[in-house]
Design a protein around this ligand. Structure first.
Ligand code: PRP
Ligand code: URA
Length: 210
């Protein structure tokens, strides 16, 4: 069963086109990625549980909607997830932040973990995991396994581009994790890159292309 949902929003599609364009420079790429991070975060968390709260407006007393629990943790997969995290923080400025450093070996396509810094109350808050690219799904699956091993419940994953291969793997390995993407692309190429895609997200974000 698919866990993937494609966000339907004209602004999201418009901004994604800027990211895809070869001529978009790093500074613009980072800024637009942050803007997309804000929109994806709002969309991924649209159904957070709510509980009415009694408040006074300047005009009257009312039962007003509010979140039932604390804001979920935001967790970025380094490096490229940092770009999304910036915008996610505009939407949830008080949420605790976690970092998971994973790098994909470009020959084997297997991820290696190099840093783990996670908030301690993952179980109480839930977590929104952020990474622009879901390609083979190796990095996202490893990150979610790490979050679960650290006690996280109610995990959601948001990405900018998904490949069918990665979406299928994520649904098979973590069927309890809903996945939100700005677009589902056609396929992976022989090197494990998403086509048509946007290239190497980390390199484009931080200007480290060779
Ligand atoms: C990219 C991307 C994902 C991963 C996706 O990161 O940001 O984390 O590849 O590929 P997968 O689905 O096949 O695992 P990369 O490993 O290149 O690291 P970087 O962000 O530091 O460039
Ligand atoms: N990682 C990226 O940055 N881009 C891809 O297309 C696939 C993996």
């Amino acid at each position: 069963m698919s866990t993937l949902r494609v966000a339907r929003h004209a602004l999201l599609r418009h901004k994604l086109t800027r990211l895809r364009m070869r001529e978009t420079d790093s500074a613009t790429f980072r800024r637009v990625l942050a803007e997309i991070g804000a929109i994806l975060t709002a969309e991924a968390l649209r159904d957070l549980p709510e509980q009415p709260r009694l408040i006074d407006t300047p005009m009257a007393r009312m039962q007003a909607p509010a979140l039932a629990g604390p804001e979920p943790c935001l967790v970025a997969i380094l490096r490229a997830g940092l770009g999304l995290l910036e915008g996610a923080g505009w939407v949830l400025p008080e949420a605790p932040i976690g970092h998971l450093g994973l790098v994909r070996n470009e020959a084997t396509l297997q991820p290696t973990e190099y840093v783990v810094r996670l908030p301690h109350d993952l179980a109480q808050r839930g977590a929104l995991l952020l990474d622009p690219m879901l390609a083979t799904g190796g990095s996202a699956c490893a990150a979610i396994a790490r979050l679960k091993a650290s006690g996280a419940t109610a995990i959601r994953f948001a990405c900018v581009l998904a490949a069918p291969e990665g979406a299928a793997r994520l649904a098979a390995e973590h069927p309890d994790v809903p996945v939100l993407t700005a677009a589902l692309d056609e396929r992976l190429d022989a090197r494990g890159y998403i086509v048509p895609g946007l290239g190497d997200a980390g390199d484009r974000c931080f200007g480290t292309a060779g």
